[in-house]
Design a binder for this molecule. Structure first.
Ligand SMILES: Cc1cc2nc3c(=O)[nH]c(=O)nc-3n(C[C@H](O)[C@H](O)[C@H](O)COP(=O)(O)O)c2cc1C
Length: 356
């Protein structure tokens, strides 16, 4: 059975994500600053940007994050997203497969990603409401290397048909974690994560978190645009990416994995996110925009330029690898500094090192 409302929703999300762009909140990284190192004692060939994400090795610390799938109309978009990730050696996540596994339809729009990028690191994506068997089906559909479970309560609350009852999600997610054959990434979709939730997830055995902070694509705003009549306005809600990362780094151990996402659009923002403790950077809205407005070659070029800029910035901070980047000096200003003080993060200690 083809679900017309689901298909329309997928297309509306793309349309309104492009129409609305990022914000109104910022990702908070404008309040994070590097110190220039005029004596880097490094050459570009020395810079190592390889990373490990839940035990999976990546040659570049980038991920084309979850966007779409679930209707034939987006198969071509997913092919182009996979071509973009492949050009850079980045990982790629597909959009939610929940509807597809529920109705056993539209697998093609997802399978195209693995077909286009056979050697790639590909992530499946499912709702926290999925059964363990459905989650494994999503993984099998793509021979996925890991599974993202997405959390989006603010988005749901703006949708008239959205979920209202979020009780029992943790227990269900734990069942998924115990059942599936690949590492699990818990992911927000643009409203961020705080230390309290990450601690609860760590206690249940989760080890990989994509903070999905505010400052980029804004799903409460997208849904408000789709349902103007509801009048619910949560467009300014959420914890931005920079404070979310600081919270994650404060509670994660060295064997846990942090993905930074939410409004990361260039090499400088990526370098700052990695310096705050992220193991990789996820990007959705900007890559989607390039593909839809300028074509796949421009999207590939854009991602490659971001990676080149990251390498240059690592050189300019004297950071040979991502571990060194986490120890390069930073300082914090404005609202982010207020946040650090209120939440008990010591800005002077964080200036020297952010993560074990
Ligand atoms: C059109 C569109 C659809 C999305 N659909 C999903 C989805 O199905 N599942 C999911 O986990 N995240 C989804 N996201 C959220 C992104 O993966 C990401 O968390 C969010 O957009 C913030 O990153 P950004 O600011 O780089 O866009 C979607 C994003 C966009 C732009």
């Amino acid at each position: 059975m083809v679900d017309m409302s689901r298909e329309q929703r997928k297309l509306d999300h793309i349309r309104y994500a492009l129409e609305l762009g990022d914000g109104p909140l910022t990702n908070g990284l404008e309040n994070v600053h590097f110190l220039h190192n005029c004596l880097p004692e490094l050459a570009p060939a020395d810079i190592d940007i390889t990373t490990t994400l839940s035990g999976i090795k990546l040659s570049v610390p980038f991920l084309v994050n979850a966007i779409t799938g679930g209707t034939d109309n987006v198969t071509e978009i997913n092919r182009k997203l996979a071509q973009t990730a492949a050009a850079a050696g980045a990982a790629i996540a597909v959009g939610s497969q929940y509807g597809a596994v529920k109705t056993q339809t539209n697998y093609r729009s997802f399978e195209i990603v693995r077909e286009t990028y056979p050697e790639g690191v590909v992530f499946a994506n499912i709702s926290a409401l999925a059964t363990p068997a459905e989650a494994q089906q999503a993984v099998d559909m793509l021979s996925a290397n890991a599974l993202q479970i997405h959390l989006n309560p603010a988005q749901e609350l703006v949708m008239p048909e959205g979920d209202r009852d979020f009780k029992g999600l943790l227990a269900n997610m734990r069942r998924i974690l115990e059942h599936v054959s690949v590492p699990v990434i818990v992911k927000e979709t643009g409203c961020g994560m705080a230390a309290e939730q990450i601690r609860r997830l760590l206690a249940l055995g989760f080890t990989c978190f994509d903070v999905g902070g505010a400052g980029g694509t804004n799903f409460p705003a997208i849904e408000a645009k789709r349902f103007a009549a509801t009048g619910t306005d949560l467009a300014g809600w959420g914890l931005a990416t920079a404070p979310s990362l600081i919270e994650a780094a404060a509670v994660c151990g060295k064997n846990d994995t942090i993905v930074a996402s939410g409004g990361l659009r260039d090499g400088l923002a990526s370098a700052k996110a990695l310096a705050l403790g992220a193991d990789a950077v996820g990007m959705s809205g900007n890559i989607l925009r390039c593909i839809m407005e300028d074509g796949v070659e421009v999207a590939q070029q854009e991602l490659l330029e971001i990676i080149t800029d990251l390498r240059l910035l690592m050189l300019l901070t004297g950071s040979r690898d991502l571990k060194a980047l986490r120890k390069t000096p930073l300082y914090f200003t404005g609202a982010l500094r207020e946040f650090l003080l209120c939440r008990g993060h010591d800005p002077i200690r964080l200036s020297a090192v952010r993560r074990n």
